[in-house]
Write a new protein. Structure first.
Length: 137
């Protein structure tokens, strides 16, 4: 089973300067939790999750003080995203992607071919692969 058999190809993306509120709304409207982030030239530069938006790491720079935070467009995707995301290729076996998700605790991985983003593979997608495996045999 290959990544290309289960990945989502209609990928919704975010840009570095997108506001966090508009990004959060985009995610809610499409019922997704992970967005790849594209740079100025369309290159993959990061990933942002709904968790990153709900409580970005920059809010808790001092763990002794509870900082107030509200989702607004004053803060950008660039401030809250994780950079240099791990990726998989469309031709990779789904077990490679599964190993990566389990080892790192990720919920999704960008799928890249020839340096270009071509899809996303989520834990949900891997559950579909698992179901297909179970019912095939």
């Amino acid at each position: 089973m290959k990544v290309s058999d289960y990945m989502t190809t209609d990928v919704v993306t975010a840009n570095l300067l997108d506001g966090l509120r508009q990004t959060h709304v985009r995610m809610q409207e499409r019922n997704i939790r992970h967005l790849p982030v594209l740079g100025d030239h369309g290159e993959l530069v990061g990933i942002i999750t709904d968790r990153d938006i709900r409580r970005p790491a920059f809010v808790d720079t001092n763990p002794d003080i509870a900082a107030s935070y509200s989702i607004d467009d004053q803060h950008t995707v660039q401030q809250a995203m994780s950079g240099n995301p791990h990726t998989v290729s469309p031709g990779d076996d789904v077990t490679k992607a599964l190993d990566e998700l389990l080892a790192k605790g990720y919920g999704a991985l960008p799928v890249v071919k020839d340096g270009k983003l071509v899809g996303m593979l989520s834990a949900y997608d891997l559950l579909r692969a698992f179901k297909d495996h179970l019912t095939a045999g």
